[in-house]
Write a protein that binds this ligand. Sequence first.
Ligand code: PGA
Length: 249
Amino acid sequence: MKKLMAANWKMYKTVEEGVKTAEELTGLLGEMPADREVLVCPSLTMLQAVCPILKQAGCHAGAQNFYPSKQGAFTGEIAPEQLLDLGCTHALAGHSERRHVLGEMNELIGRKVTFGLEAGLHMILCIGETIVERRLGQIEEVLARQLESGLAEVLTTARAENLSVAYEPVWAIGTGEVAGPDEVLAAHAFVRAKLKSLLPQEGGRVRILYGGSVKPDNAAAIIRLDNVDGVLVGGASLKADSFSQIVLA
Ligand code: PGA
């Protein structure tokens, strides 16, 4: 199974800057290592410009968000089909900033996973506990609930080729505080077991990414841990140089 090395550019960069970073990144990566797959999720504004650059280099382009409907009167939203039309193949759902800043609930996130998969996108379901939930000893309860509701409608249809889960402890996102190896191992083992029970055929092969302050100097250690099948990188993915070091770590 190839490791999925994913960049989340969040709400950064103009089109010109995105194109420049994508060109630098694909230049630095050169020929893609056989055991790595690279995904970049830029803002919607630059998807059309950035997709062809990534594709030509064998990388994927993904969206950070969409609305779970085929089309319709949803002012300001974008549909999975419209993303596919731009050359986008992947999408995130349930990122902690959407859960905690924009108030998205498990039920909406589950609908996004369902619609995205049905439309033909590879969905990355993001899950993770807050620091308060961790201190209260609720990590497993929170992760179980997020997985159960995120995957509720795709239990028999999801295929490991089209689904990944990103474990991103909220307290480690953008804080510089990375989860320690034991914390990552324990959470990923729990997620793996839960995936196997929810999706008996596919759960063993669904990739589980780690996210939260992944940097060039910690990526190699993280990526080699058991049940870590990739990373989801925010801040350190904005510069081509640092993200390429993470991809090749
Ligand atoms: P970070 O963000 O790498 O800046 O912590 C990760 C993410 O939000 O996916």
